[in-house]
Design a protein around this ligand. Structure first.
Ligand SMILES: CC(C)(COP(=O)(O)OP(=O)(O)OC[C@H]1O[C@@H](n2cnc3c(N)ncnc32)[C@H](O)[C@@H]1OP(=O)(O)O)[C@@H](O)C(=O)NCCC(=O)NCCS
Length: 172
């Protein structure tokens, strides 16, 4: 009986939503192998496949931070810097830069590794905006960001400027 009580307390504290979180608490890295079905006949991986994975890893960060459902509302222009080929391993690294009320800016860096040579190249970078939604499908507030490092503070300020520009360009 005592064991059950302790377990219940542990579960409820793990499930509680903090009012403030650091970027490192929601950081995510996803590693995906590229297969022929992800590419054109010459073996170049489709840009859309890379975008899908960018959206997927950014969604993990947004849901970790908000501990709620979160949907993509904006994906800034993405530049594909180097090709990704069938057989490459895609490393997607994502962190949260900025939050407002319900919105969150997530930065994603995608690198491709040639397994044979071990060489990794930066393939794409992207900024994705997610909005946290409550059970009724309406935006809900997310935890504020606890900025612990100089990098956190710089990325927060840069994210804020980008978000202001985004909202100026937003078309309803
Ligand atoms: C997310 C959604 C419910 C928000 O509805 P809305 O009427 O735009 O709500 P609001 O105007 O109150 O905006 C809510 C937040 O989203 C932000 N937002 C909305 N559109 C945005 C955009 N294009 N870029 C950046 N932020 C945006 C607002 O700034 C606001 O942020 P804040 O709460 O931090 O201040 C609605 O836009 C939606 O359902 N979009 C479709 C999402 C989707 O299906 N995505 C693809 C599949 S996951």
């Amino acid at each position: 009986m005592n064991v059950q009580v302790c377990w219940y307390k542990k579960m409820s504290s793990e499930n509680s939503i903090k009012s403030e979180k650091t970027p490192s608490e929601s950081h995510a890295e996803v590693i995906v192998r590229m297969f022929p079905s992800d590419a054109n006949p010459a073996g170049n991986v489709f840009g859309g496949e890379i975008l899908k994975n960018i959206d997927m890893v950014a969604g993990i960060v947004a849901q970790r931070h908000s501990q709620s459902n979160a949907v993509t509302v904006s994906l800034d222009s993405v530049n594909f810097l180097k090709p990704v080929f069938v057989g490459n391993v895609l490393f997607l690294n994502a962190r949260i830069n900025y939050v407002h009320n319900s919105s969150m800016e997530i930065e994603v860096k995608a690198e491709a590794e040639d397994i044979v040579t071990g060489i990794r190249t930066i393939t794409a970078t992207a900024f994705v905006t997610f909005v946290a939604l409550g059970k009724n499908g309406k935006p809900i507030p997310v935890p504020t960001l606890a900025l612990k490092t100089d990098e956190d503070r710089i990325k927060f300020d840069e994210g804020k400027s980008r978000m202001e520009r985004r909202l100026q360009n937003r078309q309803k």
